[in-house]
Design a protein around this ligand. Structure first.
Ligand SMILES: *[C@@H]1O[C@H](CO)[C@@H](O)[C@H](O)[C@H]1NC(C)=O
Ligand SMILES: *[C@@H]1O[C@H](CO)[C@@H](O)[C@H](O)[C@H]1NC(C)=O
Ligand SMILES: *[C@@H]1O[C@H](CO)[C@@H](O)[C@H](O)[C@H]1NC(C)=O
Ligand SMILES: *[C@@H]1O[C@H](CO)[C@@H](O)[C@H](O)[C@H]1NC(C)=O
Length: 393
């Protein structure tokens, strides 16, 4: 390291001058490095020499070690002798120099050849996932065509059939994840970690039985942005058969954020299912909302029942930032799919076992949520407000 200093003899004043200027710049550079990355012990870093500037960093380090010592007592990132330790790095990565830490990833497929920076002519900004069985291929093929090249597509295969999908041109560019007999929320918890899907502004986590004739994804997102919706869904065509007024398409609006239900269903007009509510069949999350929702998904409660009522915990104010887009709507076709992947037990049909489990999970989720809230408020010494999972008044 520090080749000019080591070389010793200088023939001309010009050369000496160059060196002095070089050292000066080096000291300044080193100072700022030391200030911004005080934990780095530059002299002992095992870098290829071609990467190092041509001045002696040992000197810089000695000169400023006092400064670093002072910082130690301030609780700032610090150097322990020659070891790297950066408390502000992600947990477990403290030994790495921050410049090398890649704490987030993406679903961008790369090439095995060529220039790295030319791998991705476009970086899709949105992510759409469908949880699919091969029987629904034609519906999914039609659906995918409603999503532009600005979307990364991820298919979760619950029936183990993957290769057959490659009959569709787009399938070769999609990400396929195949684990048999798992649900949408099971996959989402495992394969859509917020740090993995970090580059995407919006994330669609959709069922396979949706009719998208009246839906355009780019236009949908334009409306979502314009109206500041962090969690949304397209309205359901009333012909769909719908469960909640909130998700039913309204004729005379672009979007809506509240609806009227039977009077005893909503404790408050700002509470689900009258507002702050979308269903789990076709939700769209902003990056930030998804980061929160992901944490709320339970590893063992795979059907996600009850999650829709709890989404409002993730955005504030929920009745403003959760809404339904009427201008872009979908048809819920209600094709029995995963239901049939259940198992016949006690003389009950497979779908019955699945449905029973759904209700069971709903109860468990509510209980866990109110328990967690109670514990929190107790620990804080606060009288808890009415539970957010106390749905029906
Ligand atoms: C430095 O590291 C050693 C062992 O790795 C440890 O015993 C010591 O307490 C550390 N000193 C500081 C100031 O962190
Ligand atoms: C994709 O995104 C770019 C940049 O936002 C936009 O100009 C383009 O129109 C989008 N493509 C489609 C099909 O909407
Ligand atoms: C909604 O629009 C349809 C036609 O597009 C019409 O037949 C229907 O009566 C309208 N419903 C309401 C509640 O306005
Ligand atoms: C909490 O719930 C009780 C009944 O369960 C109701 O009387 C009260 O008004 C509620 N309080 C708030 C702040 O919503």
């Amino acid at each position: 390291m520090g080749t000019p200093i080591r070389s010793g003899s200088f023939r001309t004043a010009t050369e000496r001058m160059k060196l002095i200027v070089g050292v000066f710049i080096g000291v300044v550079f080193g100072f700022f490095l030391g200030v911004s990355l005080p934990t780095l012990s530059l002299s002992k870093m095992n870098l290829p020499s071609s990467l190092l500037p041509s001045f002696d960093l040992t000197y810089v380090e000695d000169k400023y070690s006092n400064l670093q010592n002072r910082k130690m007592s301030n609780g700032l990132p610090r150097s322990n002798g020659t070891k790297i330790w950066v408390p502000t790095n992600p947990k477990g990565a403290e030994r790495l120099p921050p410049g090398i830490v890649n704490s987030e990833s993406d679903y961008y497929a790369r090439r095995l050849w060529g220039q790295v920076h030319e791998d991705l002519p476009i970086k899709p900004k949105y992510l759409v996932t469908f949880t699919v069985g091969y029987d629904q291929r034609n519906n999914i093929d039609a659906a995918i065509k409603k999503f532009s090249e600005n979307f990364t597509t991820v298919l979760f295969h619950y029936d183990g059939r993957v290769d057959e999908w490659h009959q569709f041109e787009w399938s070769k560019r999609a990400i396929h994840v195949s684990v048999q007999k798992q649900t949408k929320w099971w996959y989402a918890k495992r394969f859509l970690h917020p740090d993995i899907v970090a580059p995407y502004d919006y994330i669609f986590i959709w069922d396979e039985d949706l009719g998208l004739e009246n839906f355009d994804a780019e236009e949908y997102l334009r409306l979502v942005r314009e109206n500041g919706l962090e969690i949304s869904q397209p309205a359901l065509d009333p012909r769909s058969g719908y469960t909640w007024q909130m998700t039913k398409k309204k004729n005379d609006s672009i979007i809506h954020k509240e609806a009227e239900e039977k009077s005893d269903w909503c404790a408050d007009t700002h509470l689900p299912p009258c507002a702050a509510f979308v269903e789990i069949m076709a939700p769209v999350f902003s990056r930030d909302a998804w980061r929160c929702v992901w944490h709320m998904i339970q590893n063992d409660l795979v059907h996600g029942w009850g999650l829709d009522f709890a989404l409002r915990n993730c955005v504030e104010p929920a009745h403003e930032k959760i809404g339904v887009v009427d201008a872009q709507w979908i048809l819920h076709q209600g094709v029995p799919s995963l239901g049939n992947q259940g198992q016949a037990e006690d003389g009950k049909a497979p779908w019955q076992g699945v449905r029973d489990r759904c209700y069971k999970e709903w109860t468990m989720f509510q209980e866990r949520m109110s328990q967690a809230e109670k514990e929190y408020f107790q620990a804080m010494g606060i009288t808890p407000p009415n539970s957010s999972t106390n749905y029906f008044g």
